[in-house]
Ligand binder design. Structure first.
Ligand code: ZN
Length: 494
């Protein structure tokens, strides 16, 4: 008998096609039929709600979260069934267990445990924890460079470059979907374009990706886009721009020109894609945004503390308010936080993006959605960790009509699956893996806010991962049916 049927649903199949009424049968983890279902061991009445492929978070930092929070509740509750981790140049591999790679990432990779050094070792270690969702990995430049060169502020020698390239090639050979950079971060910011071209070229034999948190997202955004396109062309790989934005008031609106550059590149035949998160604040490691010799007051004034091991009492508060209460200058407060023990592990939230730029981004035809959530649940994280996908569907689709429901679902599913090489996923199609989300298009909405960032969204009824019910009416089932995916190949151990 069939394992599971979901009856009476409106199917959004992920291709962007109009919805249609049908039942879906699931067997052996895959979609067996779409049409009229027979009896099954488990039957669910979808009550006329929408059934879509599970959402794919193209921009995640969940490398360590798979150890700390294998239930991945903050993703599952949004309908996310697959994440792409290892972004912004920080990845779980390559790892030297003798070195503190987590410290080098400023806490972005926090949580990683185990005695592995390569991607296969990481996959095996994560699978022991029974992850709730699927994971596709990138191999990160900052991680590779730290392993080979420490924190050297210079170009690599020929030998060092060869060694770095070897690490990138090995990870991609083991199934990573590409090479990521975070060129605003240390040590990525010390690299020249040539170094990145040489390393990104390691993705070429696999036709894998180059993804980037660009060197600049503000005053020199356009130069950074040019650099990204150049790297893609010279390395001969598909380039993907992560969390596209114009940061800082003086730069708002620049994304229009940036998108024009992307469109021109596309018209010339270059492969380039982008993703965005639907919020006006960014979030990251605070020490990367400040020069301690010349602390920017303007930036400090729009910052809120997400997590701060040195001063837990500051979490969830704006620097302006803390400085006022302590009666000290805000730049002194920044210095106090960043120079304290573990101060470099402070994660902040910065309100630097214009709302209309988010709408422009979401209106761009192939814009994907990535949360960029930083899974540090100790503090008060950016609400994007819990709310990204329902926010797009509730706020930008239903309330603001920036894009259609079919189109939004396509950009969260089939487009992301095709781009990031998720084999047999991202569509409701016979034979495809049964990663599914049942939601109510009339009520779906994020409820996580900056003040209450850890609230699960509304309107998500059911989430299925590889054919297993992972979350039902807000209850996390603890099944652990997630897989470690490999680029355009069967999953690890499959
Ligand atoms: Zn980033």
């Amino acid at each position: 008998m069939t394992d599971l049927t979901i009856r009476n649903v409106n199917i959004l199949d992920g291709t962007g096609a109009a919805q249609f009424k049908a039942d879906v049968e699931v067997e052996g983890g895959r979609i067996k039929s779409i049409g009229t279902a027979g009896p099954a061991a488990t039957e669910i009445d979808g009550e006329g709600k929408c059934l879509a492929p599970g959402f794919i978070d193209t921009h995640a930092h969940d490398d360590g979260a798979f150890f700390r929070h294998p239930g991945m509740e903050f993703k599952l509750a949004q309908g996310v069934t697959t994440v792409v981790s290892g972004n912004c140049g920080f990845s779980a591999v390559p790892l030297d267990p003798a070195k503190d790679m987590v410290a080098a990432s400023g806490g972005i990779l926090a949580g990683i445990e185990g005695d592995f050094n390569d991607l296969e070792g990481y996959f095996a270690a994560v699978l022991e924890r029974k992850p709730a969702i699927n994971n596709m990995m990138l191999v990160g430049h900052n991680t590779v460079r730290t392993l080979v060169m420490g924190s050297e502020r210079r170009a690599p020698t020929a030998d060092e470059l060869t060694e770095m390239k070897g690490h990138v090639e090995r990870a991609i050979a083991q199934g990573a979907c590409g090479f990521s950079t975070g060129l605003i971060y240390r040590p990525g910011r010390w690299s020249e374009t040539d170094e990145i071209i040489a390393l990104a070229a390691a993705a070429k034999p696999y036709d894998a990706l180059y993804t980037t948190h660009m060197r600049n997202e503000g005053d020199r955004l356009l130069e950074a886009v040019e650099e990204t396109l150049l790297i893609g062309r010279e390395a001969g790989v598909h380039a993907h721009i992560s969390h596209h934005k114009s940061a800082g008031k003086q730069n708002w609106g620049k994304i229009n020109t940036s998108l024009e550059k992307v469109d021109l590149a596309l018209a010339s035949g270059q492969r380039v894609t982008l993703d965005v998160y639907p919020y006006t604040a960014g979030s990251g490691r605070m020490i990367e945004y400040f020069n301690l010799d010349n602390i920017s007051r303007e930036l400090a004034e729009v910052i809120r503390i997400a997590s701060c091991p040195a001063f837990r009492e500051y979490e969830g508060r704006m620097l302006v308010d803390i400085a006022g209460e302590k009666q000290i200058d805000i730049t002194e407060l920044v210095r106090e936080i960043l120079t304290a023990p573990k101060g470099d592990r402070t994660i902040c939230i910065q309100f630097i993006i214009d709302e209309s730029d988010i709408e422009t981004n979401l209106a761009h035809k192939d814009m994907m959605v990535g949360s960029d959530g930083i899974p540090d649940l100790n503090g008060q994280p950016h609400p994007r960790l819990f709310g990204t996908f329902p926010r797009v569907l509730g706020h930008y689709v239903r309330e603001k009509n920036i894009l259609s429901l079919n189109e939004a679902v396509r950009r969260m599913t089939s487009l992301s699956a095709a781009t990031f090489g998720l084999t047999d996923r991202g569509q409701i199609r016979e034979g495809y893996w049964a990663d599914l989300v049942l939601f109510d298009p009339d009520t779906i909405l994020d409820t996580a806010t900056y003040d209450e960032p850890k609230r699960e969204p509304e309107g998500i009824e059911l989430v299925i991962v590889n054919g297993e019910i992972a979350c039902h009416k807000g209850n996390h089932m603890g099944i652990g049916s997630g897989k470690m995916l490999r680029y355009r190949r069967p999953a690890f151990n499959e």
